[in-house]
Design a protein around this ligand. Structure first.
Ligand SMILES: *[C@@H]1O[C@H](CO)[C@@H](O)[C@H](O)[C@H]1NC(C)=O
Ligand SMILES: *[C@@H]1O[C@H](CO)[C@@H](O)[C@H](O)[C@H]1NC(C)=O
Ligand SMILES: *[C@@H]1O[C@H](CO)[C@@H](O)[C@H](O)[C@H]1NC(C)=O
Ligand SMILES: *[C@@H]1O[C@H](CO)[C@@H](O)[C@H](O)[C@H]1NC(C)=O
Length: 465
C-alpha cells in the first residue's frame, strides 16, 4: 500500500534537482524566458517565488536557534513519526497558514477558532479543556511562540452537518479569526454509506469551506479530519469517509491543508479484516469520538503541520507570491455545481438528505430552508428531533413545491442545551488583550444572537502566556 521510502525518494530528488537546475540556469542566463504556457502574471509569480527561494540558503535560520528550538520541542508527540508524517495529508501552497505562522513567529496577535463536532467539543476526553486536541494544540502554540498573543475560541456545532453550519455560519465563525480548524468529517459521515459519492454533503461542505475562507481576515483553514462513525470500531472500511475522495478534492480545489486522524492511526489499529481498523483511540460504541489517544493523535498532526510550516518559512521566507495567494479571492466558481449559483437549494437539499437519513424528521418532511435549522440544539439526537418537530416548517415532496407546511409555531426553541454549558469548562483563550477581545466577541455575539441565548460558542480565558 505504501511506497517504499527509497522508491518515493528517488523521483522527488530528481524533480528537485531539475527544478534547481532550471532555476540556476535561468539565473545564469539573465532574464528568464517566459514559459510559453504561462500568462505574464503567472510567470511573474514564479519569478518572485524563485527569487525568494534562491535568496534563502538552505539551512539558514532567520530565527534564533532558541526560538526554533521552542517550535520544535514544545510538544511531546505520542504518534510514531511515520504515522504522524502520514497524518499531514496535504499542505498545498499553504499561503494562509504560512502567514499565520509568520505572525506567530513575529509575536503578533493571532486568533484561532475550532469549528466542529464532538471531537472539537472535547467530548470523551478525560479532561476537556486540558487534553482534548484543541486544548493540546493551543497549549503547544502558546509554548512554541511565547512572544505571540494567542486567542482561542471553541465553536462546537454538536452533531450538525456542514450544510447546516454553512447555512448558519454567522453563529459559528467570528469575524476576526486568523486560523480556523474545521472538524466536520465525523458529523457529515454519520449519515453516509457507500453512496458517499452522492454529492449532497460534499456540496454543503464546499459551501462551508468557501464561507470560512471568505472571512474578513482571510483566515487560514486547516481541514481537521477526525474519523467517520464506525471507522475505528471495524464496522466501516478505510475509504468510507467523506475525508476522501470528496473532501480532499475540496482541499485541492481551494488549496487548503488537511490533517487526518485516520492516517495517524492507520495501521496502528489492531488487525482486522482488510480495510477495517479497531482502535482504542476512539469510543468503541460509535467508532468515531476520540478518546485521549485520539485527541493526542489529532493534536500531533496539527503540531507537525505547524512545525513544518515554520521550518518551511526558514527555508523560504514569506514572500510576495504568498501575498498573492493570500489576497486572491475565494474562486468565483465552485468545484461542485450549485454551490454558488443555487446555494439556498444546495444547502437545503443537503440538509434534507441529512434530516431523512438521520431520521430527524418523524414524518419524512424536509426543512423549508436551511435557515430554519439554525435555532436548534444540536448537542444530542433527542434534542435535535424535539427541536425540529417543534420549530422547523417542513415541506413534503423533493422539489419543495408542494409546500404543505407542517409549521408548528415559529419559535426557535431549545438552544440552551449541553453546548451552551460548555463555557467554563473549556478555558482556552490565552490573551493579553482580553478586554478588547471580549468587546469584539460581545459585538459579534450581539450580532449573532448572543451567548446568553445559548449559542454553541465558548470563549473564555485561560492561562496568560
Ligand atoms: C460501531 O460504530 C457504529 C457507527 O457509529 C455503531 O453503529 C455500532 O453500533 C458500533 N459497534 C459496536 C460494536 O459498538
Ligand atoms: C434539490 O433537490 C431537488 C429534488 O431532488 C432537485 O430537483 C434539485 O435540482 C436540487 N437542487 C439543487 C441545487 O441541488
Ligand atoms: C442519505 O442516504 C442515501 C442512501 O444511502 C445516500 O445516497 C445519501 O447520500 C445520504 N444523504 C446524506 C445527506 O448523507
Ligand atoms: C461537550 O463537552 C462537555 C464536557 O466538556 C459535555 O458535558 C457535553 O455533553 C458535551 N457536548 C456534546 C454535544 O457532546
Amino acid at each position: 500500500m505504501r511506497r517504499s521510502p527509497a522508491a518515493a525518494r528517488r523521483p522527488r530528488a530528481a524533480v528537485l534537482a531539475v527544478a534547481l537546475l532550471a532555476a540556476t540556469a535561468a539565473f545564469a542566463l539573465g532574464p528568464r524566458p517566459a514559459a510559453a504556457a504561462l500568462a505574464k502574471e503567472q510567470a511573474k509569480q514564479w519569478t518572485s517565488y524563485l527569487d525568494d527561494a534562491l535568496d534563502s540558503s538552505i539551512g539558514s535560520t532567520k530565527l534564533s536557534a532558541g526560538a526554533l528550538n521552542k517550535v520544535l520541542t514544545a510538544h511531546d508527540f505520542s504518534t510514531p513519526l511515520s504515522s504522524a508524517l502520514g497524518s499531514v495529508a496535504y499542505t498545498g501552497g499553504n499561503g494562509r497558514l504560512r502567514r499565520v505562522v509568520s505572525d506567530l513567529l513575529a509575536g503578533k496577535p493571532v486568533k484561532i477558532v475550532a469549528i466542529g463536532g464532538l471531537a472539537t467539543n472535547g467530548t470523551d476526553a478525560s479532561a476537556p479543556g486540558k487534553n482534548d486536541y484543541f486544548a493540546i494544540y493551543v497549549d503547544y502554540l502558546s509554548k512554541a511562540f511565547p512572544g505571540a498573543t494567542i486567542q482561542s475560541l471553541r465553536s462546537s456545532v454538536g452533531l450538525a452537518p456542514s450544510a447546516v453550519v454553512a447555512g448558519c455560519i454567522e453563529k459559528f465563525l467570528p469575524p476576526d479569526a486568523d486560523l480556523v480548524l474545521l472538524e466536520m468529517t465525523a458529523n457529515d459521515g454519520a449519515t453516509m454509506d457507500s453512496s458517499i459519492v452522492n454529492a449532497f454533503q460534499p456540496r454543503g461542505y464546499e459551501s462551508l469551506v468557501r464561507k470560512v475562507l471568505g472571512g474578513s481576515r482571510q483566515p487560514a483553514v486547516v481541514l481537521t479530519q477526525s474519523m467517520a462513525p464506525g471507522m475505528g470500531n471495524a464496522t466501516k472500511p478505510f475509504f468510507m469517509t467523506p475525508e476522501a475522495p470528496q473532501y480532499s478534492a475540496v482541499a485541492g480545489y481551494y488549496d487548503v491543508p488537511v490533517v487526518s486522524m485516520r492516517n495517524a492511526l492507520w495501521p496502528q489499529g489492531k488487525d482486522e479484516a482488510e480495510g477495517l481498523m479497531s482502535t482504542d483511540a476512539v469510543l468503541p460504541a460509535d467508532g468515531s469520538t476520540p478518546t485521549d489517544l485520539g485527541h493526542a493523535a489529532l493534536a500531533d498532526a496539527l503540531v507537525l503541520l505547524t512545525q513544518r510550516t515554520a521550518q518551511d518559512l526558514q527555508l523560504l521566507p514569506f514572500g510576495d507570491w504568498d501575498m498573492n495567494a493570500l489576497n486572491a479571492d475565494v474562486p468565483a466558481k465552485s468545484m461542485y455545481g450549485g454551490v454558488v449559483d443555487n446555494e439556498a437549494w444546495t444547502l437545503r437539499n443537503a440538509t434534507c438528505g441529512w434530516v431523512r437519513n438521520a431520521t430527524v424528521s418523524a414524518t419524512g418532511g424536509c426543512p423549508a430552508t436551511v435557515g430554519d435549522m439554525c435555532g436548534l440544539d444540536f448537542s444530542n439526537w433527542n434534542a435535535i428531533r424535539a427541536g425540529y418537530a417543534a420549530a422547523v416548517p417542513e415541506i413534503f415532496g423533493d422539489d419543495g413545491s408542494k409546500g404543505k407546511g407542517a409549521i408548528i409555531g415559529g419559535v426557535v426553541g431549545g438552544v440552551v442545551g449541553g453546548l451552551g454549558a460548555v463555557g467554563g469548562l473549556i478555558g482556552l483563550a490565552i490573551s493579553r488583550q482580553k478586554k478588547r477581545a471580549a468587546a469584539e466577541e460581545a459585538a459579534w455575539n450581539a450580532k449573532a444572537g448572543g451567548n446568553a441565548a445559548g449559542l454553541p460558542i465558548t470563549a473564555s480565558s485561560g492561562a496568560q502566556v
